[in-house]
Structure formats: structure tokens, C-alpha cells
Design a protein around this ligand. Sequence first.
Ligand code: DWN
Ligand code: SAH
Ligand code: ZN
Length: 408
Amino acid sequence: MSQCRVCGASVTLFLDLGNQPLSDVFPAGTPGSEADEFFYRLRVGACTGCAMVQLLEEVPRERMFGDHYPYRSSGSAVMRRHFTALAKRLLALELSGRDDPFVVELGCNDGVMLRTLARAQIRHLGVEPSVRISQTAVECGVQVLNAYFDQETAVRISAEHGPADVIYAANTLCHIPYVTSVLDGVAELLTDDGVFVFEDPYLGDIVASTSFDQIYDEHFFLFSATTVARLAERHGLALVDVERLPVHGGELRYTLARAGKRRAGGAVAELVAEEAARGLHTPEALSVFATAVRRNAHDLVELLSRLRGEGRTIAAYGATAKSATVTNYCNIGPELVSVVYDTTPEKQGRVTPGTHIPVTPAAEFADPYPDYAVLFAWNHAAEIMTKETGFTDHGGRWITYVPEVRVL
Ligand code: DWN
Ligand code: SAH
Ligand code: ZN
């Protein structure tokens, strides 16, 4: 039996996605290079004490992050705009009026958010263990500390730079099983009236849209307003605001402040009530979700097998970390999907984790176009489909599996 990483109570399994490789390690594809792949068991459960949804097995962080880490946050124009808008909002609403404010970001990656604050000459520090990716941030004028943020790192930062007025994290807190150490660190580092703002995929959206590919090694927690409010409380903090975000298929932005320092807006109580009303954390709802996942996986394999049987060519678009879960759970290899197109240089010329589908530059999508392309980056559908109108003009058809398997 697994114990909750937040409160220590037992965690009840509701979905087993089988043996999975690391989602962001792309083997070289040369004979023998695939033999070293690391696998773990991807099982998800909900805590019987605090309801937090989490993986039952932790993958050591050094296996996931570090110099090999290929994900570049700036790879999407929509995400660049999203983070620039967030930085401008922090400038206007949290930082203006403060004397020499200081901002710390956990998981700053290539500096997609902090570059705007650097340009505005705001004192800041990005904490990022993946050194190679963070070099792009440094080239953009961002100050980076190559480390894993936790309580110890927070003490170091506080001693060197003083307290932080804003601590921010996008798609990073949910990646950290030692979340209690992170929140101890936040409580240590934050000014008296500072805020911790973070955004992560929302359990409510994942369940509503059966987006089970949001579950993989890096996504250790699937947060909700209910569970984050409880987590905050354990660290002398309070959830004072939540905001639904359309990016990455549906996320929540949480704002935490020291308990008693800010009045919670109505949005928190409203969303907590909504989650209770729909029974989001109940074993029944989670079991309905698990059944929907199995159905979607079955439908996807059936569609791809039928199309291949009819002699159609099928490729995929976006060598996402998410698609590792789908391809490995559904056993989709090169016989069904011949190639994955992707703009990331670090993924190109390699093969997908576990299922070994070759990854090729997106610039080669048109020569020749496949009959069908599976949108592995379905969360960037609008951006990709706008950019690739030539594909559909040419008679090509997109395939998605969120919220259900469909030819678009
Ligand atoms: O949480 C995480 C999110 C933020 O990023 C990390 N754990 C890892 C990563 O997850 P992902 O790989 O599922 O993220 P994306 O943003 O869905 O990945 C998109 C992939 O598609 C990238 O490899 C880039 C590629 N892409 C492309 O080829 N053409 C993306 C766009 C927008 C494009 O136009
Ligand atoms: N914030 C970016 C990157 C998300 S990917 C975005 O939203 O696009 C997650 C990032 O968190 C990776 O760059 C990874 O190296 C980093 N990371 C993982 N564990 C961390 C930790 N303990 N402290 C700080 N960063 C961490
Ligand atoms: Zn718990």
C-alpha cells in the first residue's frame, strides 16, 4: 500500500497504466541504444485522507530532469504569449508599488516567463535543475540557479537574496513528489505579504475530457482546488484565488498567501463547492474516469488498425511527453504510426520512448503528407492546425483522442 506524499494516509489505486518508460528520454534509435531504457509502473490513486490524486511510484528526479531534458517551453507561440501576459500581470498587480521586489520562479526552463521581468529590470531568480535548457534563459538575461527547489534551496536563496515577494511555478509543482519540502521552502522564503502563484493541469479538466495522457512520470500530482487548499493549510498558507486557464488542455492557476494575510476571493469557495457537487474525488467518479480511459485507448487502437488495414498512411504531430503514456499503454509503434513530426531539435533523429517511433523535423511534414496525422500535441491543436493548413488542403485528416477518439 502506498502512502500519501502530503498527509501520509493510504492511497487507493484507481487506474493502472502499466509499465512505462521515462516520457522525456528519447533513445538514439541506433541498435542497442534502446536496451538501456528505464521503465516504471504508472499507477494513479487518490488519498483516503486528503483526497490528493498522485502516482503510487516515484521516479528518481535525476532520471527525469537534467542535461538530457529536451522540453523547451518557448516552442509554442501560444505559450510564449501566455507567459508574457502572466509576467505583465505580475508587474502590474503584485510588483508595482513594492520597493525593489524579488521574484523566484521554480522550473524556469528556457526563461519563457522570466525574460519579461528581466527586461523590466525586476530582481529575480529562476531555479532550474536542467542546466542545458536553462542556458537559453541565461542568454535572454535571466538569472538562474541550477538546483532543485526544496526547503534547503529556499534557505540558501533567502540567505543570499532576502525574501521573495512572488514565488511562481508553471507546470513544475505537480512534478515534485517532495511537495511538502517545497511548501516548507515557500513558507520560509516568502515575504509576509507575498504570494505563491502556480499553475498545473487541473484534475477537473482531466476527468471531464478523459485526457489520461496528462498522467506520466513527471506529473506526480493531479491537483484540484480542494486538495491544494488542504495542502496549503498544512504549511500555514491559504488558497486565496483560483483561475481556470485554457492552456495545456485545461489548467488551474492557484494563488497562496500566508494564512490570514489576504482574504480569499469567491472563486475558491465556488470551485471547491463545484468539485464537491460533481463528486470529483469520489471513488465512483474516479472509476468512471478509468473506464472512459480504457474505452478511449481501445477506440484509438481500433481506428488506427482499421486505417492501416485499408492501406492508409498515418503519422503523428508533436513528440509530447504525454504521448508516451498513450503509445505505451496502447502499444502503438511504427507499424501503426510511422513517424512523429516535431520542432524540437533535441528530439529529432531519435525515437519515441518505449515504442520507438522515429521523430522527424516538423518542416518535413509535407514531403509527402500522410493520409492521417494523430495530434499527440492536441493541447496545441489550434496553433498547429492553423500553421499546417496545407495538410488538410491536401486532403489530410487530423485524428484526436481528447475528449474522445475522432477524425476531425
Ligand atoms: O508539464 C510539462 C509540459 C509543460 O511540457 C512537462 N512535464 C513536459 C512537457 O510536456 P509535453 O511534452 O506533453 O508538452 P507539449 O507542450 O504538449 O509538447 C509539445 C510538443 O510538440 C513539443 O515537443 C514541441 C512540439 N510542437 C511542434 O512540433 N510544433 C509544438 C508546437 C506548438 C508546434 O507547433
Ligand atoms: N515552467 C515551464 C517548464 C515546465 S517543465 C513551463 O511551464 O513550460 C518542468 C520544469 O521543472 C523542467 O524544466 C524541470 O527541469 C523543472 N524542475 C523539476 N524539478 C524541479 C525542482 N525541484 N525545482 C525547480 N525546477 C524543477
Ligand atoms: Zn493525503
